[in-house]
Design a protein around this ligand. Structure first.
Ligand code: AMP
Ligand code: ZN
Length: 116
């Protein structure tokens, strides 16, 4: 996708603080971190969201999760972390290229969500 921010980051057309890359995924620091550790892991392939991912995307989705512990450990969150994948309007997804947030740091990130 020519016009997609995260496609451009994955291609290196827009700079990012890269922490990992392989043939299928790319990971970098969130530009506006919510926690001391805040990484984004994306597929290099343009997938809009979990709402549009298909069964063919299963390997890349698995790889995004499988690398999370290593990236968290290497980037300041060795004792656990949280993975968040905001999806669509209800999930408050702002960038329309699938991404997993990995958040953590030295301190616990707190309760999952405010309960209704
Ligand atoms: P979401 O609300 O799940 O779509 O999250 C989008 C995330 O992308 C936010 O946490 C932003 O801070 C982050 N973000 C936006 N632009 C950039 C960028 N150029 N480099 C790194 N992170 C970005
Ligand atoms: Zn894209």
């Amino acid at each position: 996708m020519d016009d997609c921010l995260f496609c451009k980051i994955a291609r290196g057309d827009i700079p990012s603080r890269k922490v990992y890359e392989d043939d299928a995924i790319f990971a970098f620091h969130d530009i506006n971190p919510a926690r001391p550790t805040h990484l984004l892991v994306i597929p290099k392939k343009h997938i809009v969201s979990l709402a549009t991912a298909s069964a063919a995307d299963t390997p890349v989705l698995g790889r995004m999760l499988a690398v999370a512990n290593r990236l968290a450990t290497e980037n300041g969150s060795p004792d656990g972390f949280r993975v968040i994948i905001n999806t669509g309007r209800i999930g408050h997804q702002e960038v329309q290229h699938l991404h997993a947030h990995i958040v953590g740091g030295p301190d616990p990130v707190g309760p999952m969500l405010k309960r209704v």
